[in-house]
Design a protein around this ligand. Sequence first.
Ligand SMILES: [Zn+2]
Length: 502
Amino acid sequence: MSRPFLRRGLLALTLVLVGPASAGAAPNNNNSAKLTQAVTVAGIYEHLNAFQAQATANGGNRFAGLPGHDASAQYVYDRARAAGYDVRFQEFEYEAFEDQSVLTRLAPAPQKSYTRGFFQEFVGSNQAPEGTVTDTEVYAVDIMNPPLGDSTSGCEDDDFDDFVAGSIALVQRGTCNFVVKSVNAEEAGASAVIIMNEGNAGRTELDFNPGVAGTNIPVVATSSAVGFELSNGVNDGLTGTRLNLTVDFFSETLTTRNVIADSPRGAGDNVVVVGAHLDSVLDGPGINDNGSGSGTILEIAEQMTKVKPRNQVRFIWFSAEESGLIGSNFYVASLSAAERANIAAMLNFDMVASPNFARFVYDGSDPDAPAGSGAIEDLFNSYFASRGLAFEPTPFDGRSDYGPFIAAGVDIPAGGLFTGAEVPKTSAQVLLYGGTAGIPFDPCYHQACDTIANINDTALDQMSDAAAHATITLAQSTAAVNGKRGKGNFKPKPAPETPIAL
Ligand SMILES: [Zn+2]
């Protein structure tokens, strides 16, 4: 394990003898034992504090294309350059589209604000019009309690026979599509529509956006729990629940940039990419998601400043991950077939300090994963095993920036770590990792409370060491992944016409 205050001590000593940032004073952390000791929680916190300050000074977020992320990108650029890397920005434009809807219960007391987001409490229907309804009562349209058969709530015109015009229609998912329910509600005089999930097993969480088009009134979706709460025990009729409801989207064309830092040494035709997304969601500063991964790989880069790796190491801080892996897709699409073939492996670190953490390793042994991904998974697994730390696989499903690398036709072996997001921890996982069962791995996932206070130091310490171990191991040899043993054993290959599986 790394010692949190070792680096601070070295810096103090450096200041006395030769001044700050002297490459001459940095140790050559050219193996796992040295690098994991050099990569410390205190060192990573320097970056996390910078990210937090950048968010605080720029509206509370580091969203791709907005000033908070620009500041983070410049910070990472400057730090990596000072550490001796060949650094560049890779700029691109994208269409940002972010739900900024608000749902507040005014009555019954107490007033309550619902949490926006998938797997949270509500979302704005992303094809319905924007709009605001103020202090308006909810009307339950034939809500059924589970277990229900086919709910027709809102499918038939006569579901709205006694509807009170101007109220907010609360309809339940099922039987007919969301547009039918919403259009019927609008025709009955509803001021807005709430589509609650139905409540049967497997249909409780907010895992859908109704995407209602063709109405002139705002539409939101909720989990079944929120829907039943808003129904206030009333299955058909006015509920006594009064709401402020706003459907609002942040929609702009923005310019942002990836930051790419190449080690000046190492085989350029057997590159190890080490990636993390630097952007946050619009709703918060994104310090666990993903300041933690970004700060970890920056600290690894800084601590490798004296290393002469056999393979080139390319650190990439992707932008616009939160808008759908835009930066990583842009990067991979920008590569020629030869450049793609030169990438031996990709490591990804997205959320490595979740407050109620587990130790998840991407499931590279999945038969659909590019060949070599299983060896990367083994690298992490064997590291944790050697430290007596439990771990488990997590789906290798392309939910983060490794996705474009492992895509069919690109087929770059990849792996990485994750400490969990919105999913609740099980009691079995509590036995493995401690923490609290029944609450999410990160209760502040994609929210304003994902601040510097949302970092679990134990998780950060363990995961950053595992990340450092994998990085230095592959920097020195990718033999386990692609059979190439690095400098001296490597014959340059002709540039292929098409992407090849390494
Ligand atoms: Zn993330």
